[in-house]
Design a protein around this ligand. Structure first.
Ligand SMILES: [Zn+2]
Ligand SMILES: [Zn+2]
Length: 362
């Protein structure tokens, strides 16, 4: 906006006829006393108009931000209920419609039920931990300042909104109205921030939810095939032996199976993108917020013929262990938080490849 004001000012100056300046600056000219105050008055009026427009835009943006914050607060619990409702519906369909009506022996049915239960339990456990855990709260600023003075450390940064210490990688969440250590984003589906202390639960929830959906899709695919396509088509494709069995399904079971298949398949597709993105973030040691900044820095470096590397990127193995703890990847203990070791660190300082960056331990 200010650029527009400056350009208009420049246009006015360039639009003046040649010699007009000299005419105005001449002490003997009678126009001098009238034209200069007139131009100044126009410029002042223009400036006031632009300032007023900017103020209105600012207040409008503040209002939009407040509305979004309130909406997020209201939508959060509703989305949790929606997520639990969808999980309950799919679980009910799996155990009461799909498994009992499977054309398989009891051993297969029991095995598939057990696998389904294990995946469901892990998904729900990680969901509860991600939603209910503290994502990481920085210490009180005054306490951090006292300890910094005692240990002769640099003065910590302060968040002016929540009056807490603001370490490296911490950000203030406008919805939660507090700072969060190594903040990734505010997730409305868990109605909580995703940060240093609950990021691994968030990732594991996505992983187990994806595995659960993929398992349900595999189990229901035979049902879905016969329900989605008429028996005549199935007969032509050589799978007619299931025809009599599927006729016995009630309309309610059929609709449950179709709906569950579509829900699980859609969630799988969504998690393929979201989970893939977070896998990339974990392996490159970035948060979602940092990823946006790093994109700009990378672009700038490319323009200057340089290569930008995220300073927290310590290599894939160490980046992975910074989120999931020191358990080796192949052992898969990191998938079970009750057995896996906690990640090292306190969320305040992070190892970095670069020296001399404030707040980073090298
Ligand atoms: Zn804050
Ligand atoms: Zn938040």
């Amino acid at each position: 906006m200010s650029a527009g004001w400056h350009s208009r000012k420049a246009e006015n100056a360039s639009a003046a006829p040649p010699g007009a300046t000299e005419q105005m600056s001449s002490p003997s000219s009678p126009r001098k006393t009238h034209s200069r105050p007139c131009c100044t008055a126009i410029l002042v009026a223009n400036r006031r108009t632009w300032m007023s427009v900017l103020r209105r835009i600012d207040s409008g943006l503040d209002m939009v931000e407040s509305c979004v914050t309130v909406a997020m607060k209201l939508v959060g619990p509703l989305l949790i209920l929606a997520a639990l409702g969808l999980i309950s519906f799919c679980t009910y369909t799996f155990f009461t419609d799909a498994i009992p009506n499977m054309d398989a022996g009891p051993l297969t049915k029991v095995s598939e039920s057990c696998v389904g239960l294990v995946l469901l339990a892990n998904a729900l456990y990680n969901y509860a931990k991600a939603a209910l855990s503290d994502p990481g709260t920085p210490p009180n600023f005054d306490d951090a300042l006292d300890s910094a003075v005692e240990s002769d450390m640099p003065k910590p940064r302060k968040c002016l909104k929540c009056n807490r210490c603001k370490p490296t990688r911490a950000h203030h969440c406008r919805v939660c109205r507090r700072c969060v250590l190594k903040m990734d984003h505010h997730c409305p589906w868990i109605n909580n921030c995703v940060g240093f202390a609950n990021y691994r639960y968030f990732c594991l929830f996505m992983l187990f939810l994806y595995a659960s959906c993929a398992f349900v899709v595999c189990v229901l695919s035979v049902h879905f095939w016969h329900l989605a396509f008429p028996p005549v088509v199935a007969l032509g494709l050589g799978v007619h032996r299931h025809h009599d069995h599927y006729v016995r399904l009630s309309m309610q079971s059929e609709s449950h199976i179709l709906t569950t298949f579509v829900i699980c398949f859609s969630v799988m597709l969504a998690l393929s993108m979201l989970g893939g993105f977070h896998m990339y973030l974990v392996l490159t040691n970035q948060t979602t917020i940092e990823f946006q900044f790093n994109m700009g820095r990378r672009r700038e470096a490319r323009k200057n013929g340089e290569f930008y590397r995220n300073p927290f990127d310590l290599g894939r193995r160490r980046n992975f262990q910074e989120v999931f703890g020191p358990s080796p990847f192949i052992g898969f203990r990191w998938m079970l938080p009750c057995l896996a070791q906690r990640p090292a660190g306190n969320g305040m300082d992070f190892p970095s490849l670069r020296a001399g960056i404030a707040g980073i331990v090298v």
